[in-house]
Design a protein around this ligand. Structure first.
Ligand code: IYR
Length: 219
């Protein structure tokens, strides 16, 4: 059965207005930084929901929308997640990560202690749905990593736009999140994201972004 088609139009902006919007959005996004120190203050009701709806507008293979987002505000569950994440990270930092990986991380001063998992007012866990279970039958999803990666990028942008900081944390392996959050086995966690306001004394590394010349080639 064919999908019904409906008309679609995008307002054509004048070139100057287009440039203005491109500039403004770049300036906004260029102020985004990955944060590791959060304030405990709660996030106003409804903001996370809107940001997750925004993530859900991402394109996906055959429009299967192979994602699920868990929002954890409960302090007990956050702490359970912290304990499990620190358990994995302790192993990572004490030998599971190869030496070159540890060397690349050294400048950032990260270690296995993940206090932000308790402190941030919310954790968003992004799950990819590797396949769907329809009445017990396995149904295919397509380009799952790409689709969920794009949705996650849109989520980070939406949260930043709303004035919230995030950390893209990946305490590999993350299977403990299925258990704690009671998600089915067709779902795999790809991101554990603390969300909130940066702590008043939050600092970020003085890193620089690649120039346009470095990241773009025009033909
Ligand atoms: N997940 C670990 C290690 C880590 C890995 C990368 I790649 C980073 O950019 C930062 C950290 C941790 O969160 O400590």
């Amino acid at each position: 059965m064919k999908q019904t088609m409906i008309p679609y139009a995008l307002e054509r902006l004048a070139p100057a207005a287009m440039q203005q919007r491109a500039d403004t959005f770049y300036e906004l996004m260029n102020r985004r930084r990955t944060v590791r120190q959060f304030a405990p203050d709660p996030i106003p009701e409804g903001v996370l929901e809107r940001a997750i709806l925004t993530a859900g507008t991402a394109p996906s293979g055959a429009h299967k929308q192979p994602w699920h987002f868990c929002v954890v505000k409960d302090a007990v569950i956050k702490h359970q997640i912290r304990e499990a994440a620190e358990h994995e990270e302790r192993i990572n930092y004490s030998g599971r990560f190869p030496d070159d990986w540890l060397e690349d991380l050294e400048i950032f001063g990260t270690d296995h202690v993940k206090a932000y998992l308790d402190i941030a007012p919310a954790l968003i866990v992004v799950f990819k749905e590797n396949y769907r279970l329809v009445d017990g039958d396995r149904k295919k999803n397509y380009y799952v990593n790409e689709s969920v990666g794009i949705a996650s990028g849109m989520l980070i942008a939406a949260l930043h736009n709303a004035g919230l900081a995030t950390l893209t944390h990946t305490p590999n392996p993350m299977a403990f999140l299925n258990e704690i959050l009671d998600r089915p086995k067709n779902e795999v966690p790809i991101l554990l994201m603390p969300v909130g306001y940066p702590a008043e004394d939050a600092c970020v590394p003085d890193i620089h972004r690649k120039s346009l010349q470095e990241i773009m080639t025009i033909f």
